[in-house]
Write a protein that binds this ligand. Sequence first.
Ligand code: BES
Ligand code: MN
Ligand code: ZN
Length: 497
Amino acid sequence: MKYEAYSGKATSARGDCLVVGVHEEHRLGEQARLIDKACGGRLMGLLKRGDFSGRAGETLLLPEISGLGGKRLLLVGLGAARQYQRRHWKRALAASVAALLRTRLGSAVIALDRPEGAGLDHYTLARAAAECVGAGLYRINDLKSGRRPRPYALSRVRLGPYSASELAAARRGLNDGAAIASSAGLMRNLANLPANVCTPRHLAKAALQVGREHRGLKVRALNEAQIRRLKMGCFLAVTQGSAEPPRFIVMEYRGGKRAAAPVVLVGKGVTFDTGGISLKDPAAMDEMKYDMCGAASVIAALDLAARLQLRLNVVGLVAACENMPGSRAIKPGDIVTSMNGQTVEILNTDAEGRLILSDALHYARRYKPAAVVDLATLTGACVVALGAHHSGVMGNNDALARELVECGVRADDRAWQLPLTEDYGEQLKSNFADFANVAGRDGGAITAAAFLGKFTKDLTWAHIDIAGTAWVSGAAKSATGRPMGLLGDFLIRRARA
Ligand code: BES
Ligand code: MN
Ligand code: ZN
């Protein structure tokens, strides 16, 4: 897909179809008024006849309208004019893309009035537009037999109109947004694969492939013997019940100054979480193939940094394994020793994510990082607390946590900070080991983070729980591509600060 910003009149921009927004109650925005004039009032006439209501997301394709240089006209509803906001604009954009993809049209000229407000500069909106169009183009990499669907005809999207002085910012936004969308697609593809295909070894292969595609990106994948040599006792404990060998993936992107401390991203890569001996309920257990979304987002984030050749050093660490029951599996009450020498009583084998992350977070130390951010589908409790709207942010550094929350606002991939105070850590007491891996039901998202906090002392660290945001259930079951928007904003801002 090619994204371009155009200036001048939308009616004279080149393309197969002109996309314009209409509000409810026949209210025309600036672009719609210009187009109405160009086609001799046909637009207003059609609204008055009641052919189009302007409800958010409604679309109507008009193939033959004069005065538009031969272009079709796609009307899209923007909702009430009074409350027109970024989300209505995005919804209209998504609906237009969906409508365009049902046709064989190859190019579109988008002339949707852009929402106004704090933080909605041309760069940000153009980036969001490319992300939104890119997400609309995503097709699940399903394993259905039979003929593959025909490739989409749409190959060029022009966004505007912009004044000459706005073009540069819009172009930068489109470029970054296209890269973010592409990395989100990579993440979604990995996440949507079934667990018998997307094994730890498959994740490693995908990361190594990303490494081959880019300059400045080095990738290695450690096998079980190498993980053992590192003494990652918590990680090894989780993987020991599985016949699938684990992998510890290390991705190093050098785009910044040689001596500049890197940002380290750490991903939970449980390619399937049965719960282990503390077996999960069978309902919706298939969705635990998504328990590697943190890992996929880290691999995709390194892909993004390298694709944009960001002037920043970024390291990606992924602990990848399965969590299975079996005669070799860990049992409730087992005590294991983590890489940093602390002992952990595993009271619930289903709290496995924090175990593998603890060793990966400890490994992060060797980079003397500027910041460490881990991404994990860590707790059902986070879904209870925040639902599907916000990811949960916790950590030991308020500035970093707030930075991530603000990245989420700019990227419209929102996150909310939960209070990780010392009290929560005290809930992890064990009679037999340094601490336990669970602390009861209350505050479950935060006690999980408190466990991670035992391994990130003196690091600038934040944890993002994406259990509620990384995929959707139900008829439209799929990975969402979150938190790639947030991560993209974070890396881009850090690189260009
Ligand atoms: N991967 C799950 C968390 C999860 C559950 C994400 C449901 C999305 C939907 C994690 O490994 C887990 O099982 N957590 C337990 C922790 C508990 C045993 C303390 C949970 O949330 O139930
Ligand atoms: Mn689990
Ligand atoms: Zn899990």
